[in-house]
Design a protein around this ligand. Structure first.
Ligand SMILES: Cc1ncc(COP(=O)(O)O)c(C=O)c1O
Length: 400
């Protein structure tokens, strides 16, 4: 169910005297693409055409970019955390040798002795920590990852499998972020956070530029099928801001309308957009969309979303469960897709808006002009990152 929504008055970059610099524009994403595409195992992720789902929901086309295939990590996150670890290590090496090392040399282990003592750390709901730990292992440094109270054991184990020290902290994701920052100060570690805060914007900025690779691949795959809408799920907002930013820079005034989707229990970006200023959501943020259970937006992402997003919506866990089951079966002959709880949120909101009889859904269909002529891009940002939970949701408890 669409539990809340906000449609801001139209205001686009360059309008009403606004100056705007895209956090993940075409130029910056070219730099991240050059580095990321040099990693072993890089491949463009599939863009699936969900004709059966589009027919069922009454829209023209649905394009589903399947990020579960990214670097064998089951989510899009390697593009952010691991990419930022790479940029951190390039800086560490450059300070020691007096020149910028080539990515091939860094990846090939030429400077492992110079990076072995570097420790990167982060807080995570699961996917970001896995990406940072994977990057640290690949690139030759150590990682410490903080998981909060409700992160599942399976997600913790998946991170530890890449050699990270995994530490469980009290409280929610935002508490873990603050704890990681304090510990890093005491122990001389480099925080690789996907969220920005005062005085800390460079690394989250790189992470957004890494995420921009998804949109850069998608526009090439779409070719002349330019989308009319894009639905992007948000935790701290970095992924959503990166995607809308790239698409806006690439397509200009003709860019697709951007819909930002959050869980009802952690809709801090929607709350901020309504208030027109930075707002947080507190509490245990209890949703099955673990990756989106963030109560504090990333300020650099939020300020971009204020300008780039056409609508903000909140959706609930039931929509997500139904969508995961629908995709697992395949709608009307569509290929079956394994989609995780957070990864499916954009698709789930689209489905709810199109099939729901509520006033909120009808209003969104009208304002966003969603209908038979719409071509919608959604990004499936994760697969079954917690396989037990996935089985329980999709096939019932007996299958766990
Ligand atoms: C699967 C998945 N999708 C989307 C997001 C949202 O990314 P962001 O926190 O940058 O908004 C996350 C965040 O962890 C995630 O795990």
């Amino acid at each position: 169910m669409i539990t809340d929504l906000y449609v801001p008055p139209a205001q686009k970059p360059g309008q009403s005297g606004t100056t705007f610099s895209f956090p993940a524009g075409v130029g910056a994403v070219k730099d991240s693409f050059d580095i990321i595409s040099a990693w072993p195992g890089y491949g463009v992720t599939p863009l699936l055409r969900l004709t059966g789902a589009a027919r069922q929901f009454g829209v023209g086309e649905i394009f589903y970019k399947q990020e579960a295939a990214r670097f064998g990590l089951n989510s899009f996150k390697a593009l952010g955390g691991a990419y930022a670890v790479c940029r951190v290590l390039i800086q560490v090496i450059a300070q020691k040798i007096g020149e910028i090392p080539s990515v091939t040399d860094v990846l090939g282990g030429r400077y492992k002795d110079l990076t072995a003592s570097t420790v990167v750390c982060c807080a995570t709901d699961g996917n970001h920590g896995r990406s940072v730990a994977w990057g640290a292992k690949q690139l030759g440094c150590h990682s410490v990852v903080y998981i909060h109270e409700t992160v599942s054991e399976n997600r913790g184990k998946a991170i530890a499998a890449y050699g990270a020290d995994v530490i469980r902290t009290k409280g929610n994701y935002d508490d873990a972020v603050h704890y990681a920052e304090q510990e890093a100060k005491h122990n001389g570690r480099t925080v690789v956070s996907d969220s920005s805060y005062e005085g800390y914007t460079e690394i989250p900025g790189w992470i957004m530029q890494g995420y921009g690779v998804i949109a850069a691949e998608a526009v090439q795959q779409l070719g002349n099928d330019k989308p009319t809408h894009v639905f992007v799920q948000a935790g701290v907002g970095g992924f959503a801001a990166a995607t809308l930013s790239y698409l806006r820079d690439f397509y200009g005034a003709d860019a697709p309308r951007g819909v930002v989707v959050e869980p009802s229990e952690a809709a801090c970006i929607l709350k901020s957009a309504k208030a027109g200023r930075y707002e947080t959501v507190t509490g245990d943020l209890d949703t099955i969309m673990a990756g989106l259970a963030c109560g504090e937006p990333s300020p650099i992402a939020l300020s971009a979303l204020f300008i780039l997003a056409d609508a903000f919506v909140a959706t609930d866990d039931d929509d997500v469960r139904d969508s995961m089951r629908g995709l697992a079966k395949g709608y009307n002959g569509d290929a079956a897709i394994t989609a995780g709880e957070s990864g499916v949120a954009g698709f789930a909101a689209l489905r709810a808006i199109m099939i729901e009889k509520s006033d909120a859904a009808a209003r969104l269909r009208e304002i966003l002009a969603l209908g038979p002529d719409s071509r919608i891009l959604v990004i499936g940002t994760e697969g079954n990152t917690d396989p037990d939970l996935y089985r329980e949701i999709v096939f019932g408890e007996d299958h766990v």
